[in-house]
Ligand binder design. Structure first.
Ligand SMILES: C[S@@+](CC[C@H](N)C(=O)[O-])C[C@H]1O[C@@H](n2cnc3c(N)ncnc32)[C@H](O)[C@@H]1O
Length: 271
């Protein structure tokens, strides 16, 4: 197990305060840990995080294909508490995980150790990846790049560190989704601020400050240098939420247009 430690951020073009506030947000409660009351760092703690995650985002294993990367070099950008990175490692991949939040990177490191898995974990910035060109077979990033101030720069970095022919599997938020419309209803219409845009509302009221969400057309442009691009909108339980932690059953989702889902999954290849 290698710990890359806390990496210096180089050539950071974004205003510091913006990225620091993103880091502070995720450091105060790494992704998926907020509602878990079990002792942090224990096996039960990590099992509870994984159980909640794969119950809600049940489609992740189909997209990530955790067991399909044996002996391959997989980089996870924004590994959070390490649920998916652990699954890649258990599937036999040679894993590296980075996160802007030192707390999150620390959880991933201790999680891999606890499960006797090998990997390289560090605190680093998606916009300045500390890796050489053409290093990885897969770059995986789930729900991360819309939180960083310069998303395009992070995508350039991913392209740079991918081997020719290497693949991406990336999830970004979808602006024209039921989640975004619900937020607009709550923080726009019901707050008597109907002129606030969806962009404004997502940036101010959803997760870390400055969160973005995209249309499918915007995503196509952002990833147009990748070959064999496959872009899929995924309806999620979050689109079917009627109260905190309460969701309409799956079958209701079948009655809703699938292109109103909150997640866009982008797969493609470095040509
Ligand atoms: C919604 S969480 C997702 C974490 C993990 N991928 C998951 O699905 O559980 C977003 C993560 O992105 C990380 N993040 C945000 N900006 C980043 C950046 N510039 N570089 C690396 N990680 C970043 C945050 O620290 C946080 O852990």
């Amino acid at each position: 197990m290698k710990n890359m430690g806390n990496l210096p951020k180089t050539n950071d073009s974004s205003p510091h305060s913006e990225k620091e506030s993103v880091q502070q947000f995720w450091d105060s409660a790494p992704c998926g840990t907020r509602d878990v009351t079990i002792d942090p760092g224990t096996l039960q703690y990590y099992e509870a995080i994984a159980e909640n995650r794969y119950k809600l985002e049940y489609f992740i294993p189909d997209y990530a294909c955790f067991d399909g990367w044996q002996y391959k070099k997989v980089l996870e950008v924004g590994c959070g508490a390490g649920s998916d990175l652990l699954r890649f490692a258990q599937g036999g991949a040679n894993v590296t995980g980075i996160d802007l939040s030192p707390h999150s990177a620390g959880l991933t490191l201790s999680r891999l150790r606890l499960y006797n898995c090998i990997g390289t974990i560090g605190n680093a910035d998606a916009e300045n990846l500390p890796f050489k060109n053409d290093t990885f077979d897969l770059v995986y990033s789930w729900g991360v790049l819309h939180h960083t101030p310069d998303t395009e720069r992070a995508i350039n970095e991913i392209l740079r560190v991918l081997k020719p022919g290497g693949r991406i599997c990336i999830m970004l938020y979808h602006r024209h989704s039921l989640v975004a419309f619900q937020l607009y209803a709550a923080y726009g219409l019901l707050a008597f601020k109907p002129f606030h845009s969806l962009k404004y509302i997502l940036a101010h009221y959803h997760e870390s400050p400055g969160t973005k969400a995209y249309t499918v057309g915007e995503i196509k442009k952002m990833f147009d240098r990748f070959a064999n691009l496959n872009i899929k909108v995924q309806l999620t339980p979050y689109d079917l939420r009627y109260q905190k932690n309460k969701y309409f059953p799956h079958w209701i989702g079948k009655l809703v247009p699938q292109n109103l889902g909150f997640f866009i999954i982008i797969r493609g290849q470095k040509g």
